[in-house]
Design a protein around this ligand. Sequence first.
Ligand SMILES: Nc1nc2c(ncn2[C@@H]2O[C@H](COP(=O)(O)OP(=O)(O)OP(=O)(O)O)[C@@H](O)[C@H]2O)c(=O)[nH]1
Length: 595
Amino acid sequence: MKNIRNFCIIAHIDHGKSTLADRLLEFTSTVGQRDMQAQLLDNMDLERERGITIKSHAIQMVYNYKGEEYILNLIDTPGHVDFSYEVSRSIAACEGALLIVDSSQGIEAQTISNLYLAIGNNLEIIPVLNKIDLPHAMPEEVSDEIIDLIGCEKEDIIPASGKAGIGIEDILNAICERIPAPKGDPQAPLQALIFDSVFNSYRGIEVYFRIMNGTLRKGDKVKFVNTGKIYNADEIGVLKLNQEPRDVMSAGNVGYLISGIKEAKEVKVGDTITTVDNPTKESIQGFEEVKPMVFAGIYPVETSEFEELRTAMEKLQLNDASLVWEPESSVALGFGFRCGFLGMLHMEIVQERLEREFDMTVITTVPSVQFKVFSTKDEEIIVNAPSDMPEPNFISRIEEPFIKAQIITKSDYVGPIISLCMDKRGVIKGQNYLTSDRVEMIFEMPLAEIVFDFFDKLKTISRGYASLDYELIGFRTSHLVKLDIMLNGEKVDALSAIVHRDKAYDWGRRLCEKLRELLPRQMFEIAIQAAIGQKIIARETISALRKNVLAKCYGGDISRKRKLLEKQKKGKKRMRQVGNVEIPQEAFLAVLKLD
Ligand SMILES: Nc1nc2c(ncn2[C@@H]2O[C@H](COP(=O)(O)OP(=O)(O)OP(=O)(O)O)[C@@H](O)[C@H]2O)c(=O)[nH]1
């Protein structure tokens, strides 16, 4: 155990974690040249395409330091704020963290938030000044920022470049030297923390764990403390490029367990594994409950696929502990699920993963935050879907979630950012110069104003020189109203939204305009109306399609028509018929596209 080091890499998005991890794997010959491909740990197609890390990944390296062999368990983590839950889970399985800072960018919002998570878990921090190969790197300034932030010495900071392979050996040496060996008693009853799990269609559910105390042997009868379920440890082992089975693993180790678990529901990330023969009395303190920020409905395009969608969601949840959901039904869309996400990117990723990994075609509805509604009798009702909002005469007040937002930017953009935040009902709470040129600003504002398009706007007005991090600070009363959308007089519950009273008219008007663009024309006229209670506040009309236009599309060539029909069938268009109007997926997300 004295030669084991468990560490993670934390950084702001794009500061170069995955690239640096590749170099560490190469340097320790964990991966042969033949198998090496860039960003090796980002093995999900989606991650490669988007160039971001979504999942945490674990891999073991062996490194020779001062004549002794060290086992280094690396857990790579995502940088985007939507995936911070993954980061917190990885951190709980480690004793140290490499804190990567891009020397051409400096400290950014998630550098700080991830650092605090690590410090909160008592991890030893090794600061790495990355990308020093870049001609516009500012090693001196950025080093000063790091020293200010974590209070280290200049010599503690390791200059490096993942791309050019600079500083890699120094980093590996520092891991062995500075990160403490795991503590824990191999003789004690087994306590292993589940930090991730994944569904494998051949082998069932694989559980990733970190042993805190005790020893786990192949063939042991193990119990998951929180669920009380008992399994046989059919296979245990360590995670290298491939899984390597082992017979015995003890305190301090990170590995995988395969035990014939079939039901996704039985595995809870944060649960403790122990043995039936010599069970532990205490479970390890689990992770914080996830706090979803955005809620939206996910519905199968084919109503008959509801049960299939449920199975897919269960499997996906295994690999994404931050996804929460429950069944719901909508008048417009039938049966589906109300899901909670950590942000819009998370929601997009979930939808894409359902489609790619589980072959589902789904529709997501208007995202919304969670509201607390107090009735006239002062009962508290939690509302996750606008359609669940009680009628106005039952409501005494509505509270919405507020966040503390931290924005780091160049001083040139302070003015425009303050006006943007004020426009989003924000109040500035603090301003702190990190260097003469870079400022940290703190705002309090409603979550609903930032989850949708705030980040894009922030990037635009700051020409990319702004980073954002936020945390929930509680619920506050606001003047909110429910805005309904009607198509040909029929209310479409899945299109309702809850908005601030002062913005409702403007929203209603813009939403109707947007829907007019997005709804396909039909043989009859479509009236789009926005209403607050009984009062219509905006209207747009889509005129009927004239006969000769149709004739042009479909007339004559029968083979072309058949082809079209077949193509439609195969593609299972993401459309839903509501009343007599067809609504495409884009229309459900129209609120996100209001300029
Ligand atoms: N010049 C230079 N570019 C680098 C270096 N390290 C990474 N990059 C580039 O920076 C970009 C981001 O690198 P990644 O390794 O994907 O960053 P990441 O931090 O893993 O990003 P997420 O996983 O999405 O949080 C890529 O285009 C890399 O090629 C470096 O040392 N020097």
